[in-house]
Design a protein around this ligand. Sequence first.
Ligand code: SF4
Length: 345
Amino acid sequence: MQKTAYRQTEQSDGMLSGRMPVNKSIESNNGHPLIPVGISACLLGQEVRFNGGHKRSRYCLEVLKDCFSYEPFCPEVAIGLGIPRQPIRLVGKAEQPEALGTDDPDLNVTEPLLESGRGFAARHPHLCGYILMKGSPSCGMERVKVYHPNGHPDGAGSGLFARALMEAMPWLPVEEEARLNDPVLRENFILRVFTLHCWKQQVAPAPSFHKIQQFHARHKYTLMAHTYQGYRELGRYLAQAHDMPLEQLMPEYLQRLMDFLKLKAGRKSHTNTLLHMMGYLKKSIDSECKQELLEVIEQYRQGDVHLVVPLTLLRHYLKRHGSEYINEQVYLDPYPHQLGLRNYI
Ligand code: SF4
């Protein structure tokens, strides 16, 4: 288990001074480096909600803490609303609502919350993901209630801090904690966090076209599992990008990749990916082994077993008979297996 340290923070930064445990070491107990991820402070059990309560997330604190180094933040505390405080809500047009006091509509914190999101993004370029609290007029990612000035619900939008953060860092994997209960969304979010972290480790520090190509080559089958069209499109884009300045290529490539990975990978596309990868074993395993692998892939396609089953068998054969290229595919091992994400999809 990792040692934790208590980060000294300032009240103005939206966190309670000296209260939140932060993993200091750069490597977790599963051998992977801890990845910096922002999180709504109340999800870590900090009592920062308008009523002095919290929304402690067991999954974040007991499972993901072995992979993520959390950077908690409460935008409402950061803009000086205090604890406890009167609740706020979104009022007006769903696309551009204002954040007003529920009891006192003269309290308007629209601009401070938007500015808080923009400022946070500028101060945290190193983050590889953000976990938000659902339904909050500040932190909710989507489907946050927006009210008509007469007090009736009148549509839905994003919390203002969340909106400004997502606009400032459109490539950043962002998800609501409640949606992590869905196995496909959970796997999708964590995969994107690990992919962005990989980019930041392997390409960003000393970028070159060659490094981007290598990164892309290792992520080909991951991309294919999410979107075959995206896989072809991004391959073509990179093939024509030799002479593009890196300052242009880097953000463009990353944005496209992260947008494609946001698309959910289903059984059909995983099956297609597994069969493509199996093609690398064409000449090296006998027909009995091939048949066995095909049967397991078919069982997965039919929904009888989870992805971990055909993948384990495929990995077994590739390890013995596959080329270096195929064994380096991130798709085979995208995140710590201890998370068990592929046991549920
Ligand atoms: S949802 Fe966001 S604004 Fe509300 S208490 Fe949690 S961190 Fe603070």
